[in-house]
Ligand binder design. Sequence first.
Ligand code: GTP
Ligand code: MG
Ligand code: NA
Length: 457
Amino acid sequence: TKRSADDLRSPICCILGHVDTGKTKLLDCIRRTNVQEGEAGGITQQIGATYFPMENIRERTKELPEAANMRVPGLLVIDTPGHESFTNLRSRGSGLCDIAILVIDIMHGLEPQTIESINLLRMRKTPFIVALNKVDRLYQWKPRNNAPIRTTLQEQERHTKSEFETRTKQIMVQLQEQSLNSELYWKNKDKRKAVSIIPTSAISGEGIPDLLYLLVLLTQEMMEKKLMYVSEVECTVLEVKVVEGLGTTIDVVLVNGVLHEGDQIVVCGMQGPIVTTIRALLTPHPMKELRVKGSYQHHKELKAAQGIKITAQGLEHAIAGTQLYVVGEDEDVETIKEEAMKDMKSVMGRIDKSGEGVCVQASTLGSLEALLEFLKTPDVNIPVSGISIGPVHKKDIMRASVMLERKKEYATILAFDVKVTPEARELAEELGVKIFTADIIYHLFDQFTAYLKNTRE
Ligand code: GTP
Ligand code: MG
Ligand code: NA
């Protein structure tokens, strides 16, 4: 197919920022969903994807007269965690996107992961806008639900306006300290030179029309060429999940190209490359999160950009965070298999060479990387001798039990966001292998250090 301005794919937008600045809540507000309240500890620990069709964006921006000429088919928005342990997922999200929203809490200003996110975006030269969120927390703010931000700002009392101005100026100075020029978006003359700031509230929806409008405008204006649809497939596996009635499925982000039912694909697996055939292509309904359980729509083919659930045989050992390849007509499967296994090598390099250390198990390659990164930090410093992805089985207990002879306290499995089978539990009990499970990464550390302290006393 020929590339043209009449055939643009949906831009991919990633949402980044420090923990609890309101990234998920902003998306909930646009979707009219409640994903955030269902998260363990109220923190995001996975990458999520949501498709916003243009009709919904039109509806949300109708009070903005300038928002008329929107030519992209929709927006695919990727939510990322702000917690410090998830640098790799922020990095993965920022690597997938065309544009990003950097969320800053207006009451807190720049925080460590704000700066980390700025550096990630800068490294990849990804354009971004700033959502200056939680404006409703300014003293005596009078909300007007879902209003364009300038309308609602005009209606505030003088002292509220003045607090807004002071805080915004302070944050602009902080951004300047990171060598970033910034400006409130309606005053921003050159959107390529200065970062646009959009004040928002995820609670009242104020500023949401402006945010959506600006995302569409900037992607259309600044990256039309990049958004011209190409047929070559570019696709990343976000999650591997067992779904009742479907078996093991993979959630992917299709960045470019088309996937069809029946396509032969190759993905990276724990036990080598997986070659299989797409049985079904599923999406959540528009405006729903891919990572949240629900009903799915079936498709014969899907065009980028989309968040997709794929069902196929043999996906049990597929690894999240890796690339998916489609085997084209005259392509060599062997070459593609080699290519697919490259991501795995970097993680294997993290295992302690001495062979002494705990075993670590997580639900995805992404969370495993995060956990390994966390265990490596100087204040934590826990050596790892074995890794695994997926539920804890008997064989994992056997492997951990090797440490009983060498360093008893390391005969331990730190299991993040995975189930432990009853047989595995029984065997662990019998052999004296400790299992710590948690759905928040740093709780694993707390449990393990408490245990170490106990055994050493
Ligand atoms: P992580 O994904 O864990 O990094 O956090 P997050 O950035 O997704 O923030 P989240 O959506 O979990 O919101 C954190 C808290 O801030 C929740 O209690 C929200 O209800 C609250 N919150 C988010 N946005 C706003 C806002 O605009 N105004 C007010 N008042 N509270 C907000
Ligand atoms: Mg979140
Ligand atoms: Na949170």
